[in-house]
Design a protein around this ligand. Structure first.
Ligand SMILES: [Zn+2]
Ligand SMILES: [Zn+2]
Ligand SMILES: [Zn+2]
Length: 509
């Protein structure tokens, strides 16, 4: 299966041509993204907004071999019916083309073509074959999700397509659909664009055990949720975690973020944030050549039925001279997340959020709160704890304990320890005990087999504490931070919400 990203941007593209925000400024300088569309094997196109045919031409991609056009919904960034008219003026005019989409999307095409070409394109003998797609199978047929897939194309060149329910749509365009596509060589792709989260239950059931080669998920909203029915960075991560729990995303799966807008942080920061989730945002024009796969035996359990084959690296399209080459980040199989990560920062710097976002796409996480509230009646403290808890996914379990050593020595899902400063504060009354336990903690940290991200406080940069207790706390935590950092695979500092890697440095191998 060959997957070409003809576009990876939002409706308005990134940069939005009218906009002078910092995110658009970065995109203008480095990487222009047009409306999202994905070409499979040069035969099947997922979505075709007005930008898309021109982008294909600029990338040197011909659409003459297209046999199947799958439209997710009738929002105008996914459906430019004029493309079908331009096609009718070309050498491809007489060749058959399946136009698959929700009924409202097909109606837009028919109305446009009837108006401008003078005849209903759905008439007998037309090159266009209109195939209504609603979630759950062909047309309005019932059945459980994933049953009765559409068969597009004949024999060895045929595609199996399952429309799945999205969380996106409106009264005027009806519900949008996502597409599960199986290519003739067995390659499997999920096109998750556009949708908000959580995905409808029948869709989650249908993707269970699919062990996709490629999962394309929209991530329109970045750090600014609330625009339309879309995913943001946090809900994108939580959806990836859900797909991992269900065996839809497995070790070899390429998880790609598309439909990207300027609501995202600038592209370099977005790439860093996505990499933490095992995802990437390749540029427009990126090509994935995926090795043929054995057919997947249908399974009902979350366990994948086949071992994913190693994914091939993203290769830039031949002859494609984009301002920035498509990313060639290693596949998730080659990318083991760092084992022990220490994140330091000042009060309200964003260090806890930075720690949490490293684990958001994990199927399960144990959140370790290192202290009970110092005073249960402290309303401010309680509110702060509640806010922290609110931010964490429902699938995370919370443990309140000072016994970090036991957790580090036991097997289990990744740990998020928040934080080391509270742990020191809780033991401060007994200096001898604190010294002993700090030594044990460093040893356990050094030898743990578990993946762990710990948050600590940066102390000593401000005024000297006025009390003896304060000075003792500063010294004990400062020493412990240095020892934990020395035994960490990565050390980060968060300053004013911006994460800076202290170790290993960017120039290190
Ligand atoms: Zn859209
Ligand atoms: Zn902007
Ligand atoms: Zn839409």
């Amino acid at each position: 299966m060959r997957v070409t990203l003809l576009g990876t941007g939002s409706a308005d593209g990134w940069p939005n041509p009218w906009c002078d925000c910092a995110s658009c400024a970065w995109a203008r300088k480095h990487e222009v993204r047009g409306q999202t569309a994905v070409l499979v094997d040069d035969a099947l196109l997922l979505d075709c907004g007005p930008d898309v045919p021109r982008t294909a031409a600029r990338l040197g991609v011909r659409l003459s071999g297209l046999r199947h056009l799958l439209i997710s919904h009738a929002h105008p960034d996914h459906l430019g019916p004029e493309s079908l008219m331009w096609r009718s003026w070309s050498s491809a005019a007489g060749r058959p083309l399946d136009v698959v989409g929700p009924p409202a999307a097909l109606a837009v095409c028919r109305e446009f073509l009837t108006r401008w070409e003078g005849a209903d394109p759905a008439r007998e003998g037309s090159a266009l074959r209109f195939v209504p797609a609603t979630a759950g199978g062909r047309s309005s047929g019932g059945g459980s999700p994933g049953d009765d897939p559409l068969r597009l194309g004949a024999g060895d060149a045929g595609y199996l397509v399952r429309p799945l329910a999205a969380r996106h749509g409106s009264a005027s365009i009806g519900p949008a659909v996502l597409y599960d596509v199986t290519a003739p060589d067995g390659g499997r792709l999920l096109y998750g664009c556009d949708t908000a989260a959580p995905l409808p239950a029948p869709t989650l059931a249908a993707v269970t055990g699919r062990a996709y080669d490629v999962v394309l998920l929209e991530e329109n909203n970045g750090d600014r949720p609330g625009f339309g029915e879309h995913l943001d960075l946090a809900s994108f991560a939580e959806l990836v975690a859900e797909l991992r729990r269900r065996g839809a995303v497995v070790d070899g799966t390429r998880v790609l973020a598309v439909h990207l807008s300027h609501r995202n942080p600038p592209g370099d920061e977005l790439a860093r944030r996505l990499a933490l989730l095992g995802a990437q945002a390749p540029a427009d024009g990126a090509v994935l050549d995926l090795a043929p796969r054995a057919p997947l035996v249908p399974v009902r359990s979350p366990a994948p039925a086949v071992q994913p084959q190693p994914a091939t690296p993203l290769a830039p399209l031949a002859g494609f001279a984009a301002p920035a080459a498509p990313p060639t980040a290693p596949a998730s199989t080659a990318q083991r997340p760092p084992h022990r990560v220490l994140i330091t920062g000042g009060a309200r710097s964003g260090k806890s959020a930075e720690a949490e976002r490293r684990l958001l796409a994990e199927p399960a996480v144990v959140y370790v709160a290192t202290s009970a509230p110092p005073d249960a009646t402290d309303a401010e403290w309680s509110a702060r704890i509640a806010a922290h808890r609110e931010r964490r996914p429902a699938a995370w379990t919370t443990v309140e304990t000072l016994d970090l050593v036991a957790l580090l020595r036991s097997p289990g899902p990744p740990l998020l320890v928040d934080g080391v400063g509270l742990w020191v504060a809780a033991l401060l009354d007994d200096p001898a005990e604190l010294a002993t336990r700090a030594g044990e903690l460093v040893e356990a940290w050094r030898h743990t087999a578990r993946r762990v991200v710990a948050v600590t406080d940066e102390v000593g940069s401000g005024v000297v504490p006025a009390t003896a207790d304060g000075r003792r706390f500063r010294d004990a935590l400062g020493h412990l931070n240095a020892e934990l950092a020395a035994a960490s695979d990565e050390v980060w500092q968060v300053v004013t919400g911006t994460a800076i890697r202290l170790r290993p440095r960017a120039t290190d191998p």
